[in-house]
Design a protein around this ligand. Structure first.
Ligand code: CA
Length: 226
């Protein structure tokens, strides 16, 4: 993986934390810029970074606003949010407005590095339209899904949700994100429809297997991991 030469933008006003992060990233071979304010961050974001690390608490701007602005500029760079402890609502809100993952403060540098690696690796290995996660493969051209040698029959909706999860392997998707993805009209279904579909998918994909591919991230959403 060529992520060693990736450029990372760290948006964090607390100098102690930002220099701790910067040192850790540079030691791992990344190139790093730091922005201490939201304004500075928005000036820099278009400079072709491979990843953005965004603290939610900044002096001049709300981290959520920065995240929304970055996405409005059509910049698709992965964003890893740094959030305060135990704020599930913040995490969900952040993911819903376009962040890709979150890390709760305080964190160990090793944890940060592994999250960064996962996000940089994220463009999944799609070869000939086939996405794989562990022993699960999904063919975006033929609509065939296999776990190992066993073929799995999915409805169109189940397929769409599974594809979305697999393209984002290792990344938590909120219920709202899944809804927005799988239902493109103004959604007025019952509120736990995503959970219902996930349950059906689990039955077809994970039942009878020791290693479960679909994981629940408590209070936040779902992800798949091989
Ligand atoms: Ca801060």
């Amino acid at each position: 993986m060529a992520d060693k030469f990736s450029k990372i933008l760290v948006i964090e006003d607390e100098r102690k934390i930002s220099s701790f992060i910067k040192r850790g990233l540079i030691d791992s071979g990344y190139s790093v810029d730091v922005a201490f304010t939201g304004e500075e961050a928005l000036e820099k974001v278009e400079d072709g970074y491979n990843l953005i690390l965004l603290d939610l608490m900044l002096p001049d701007m709300d981290g959520f606003d920065i995240c929304a602005k970055i996405r409005k500029l059509k910049i698709q760079t992965p964003i890893l949010m740094l959030t305060a402890r135990n704020s599930i609502e913040d995490k969900i809100k952040g993911l819903d407005i376009g962040a890709d993952d979150y890390l709760t403060k305080p964190f160990a540098i090793g944890e940060l590095l592994s999250r960064i690696k996962a996000l940089l690796r994220r463009s999944p290995s799609i070869i000939d339209g086939i996405i794989s996660v562990g022993e699960l493969t999904l063919n975006t051209k033929t609509y065939e899904v296999y776990r190992g040698n066993k073929q799995i029959e999915l409805s169109q909706k189940e397929f769409s949700i599974l594809e979305y999860l697999m393209v984002n392997e290792g990344v938590v998707l909120t219920r709202t994100m899944i809804e927005d993805h799988a239902w493109d009209y103004e959604f007025e279904g019952f509120s736990n429809v995503v959970d219902v579909y996930i349950r059906m998918l689990r039955k077809k994909i994970d039942d009878g297997y020791k290693d479960k591919i679909i994981k629940t991230v408590r209070g936040v959403g779902y992800k798949v991991k091989g």
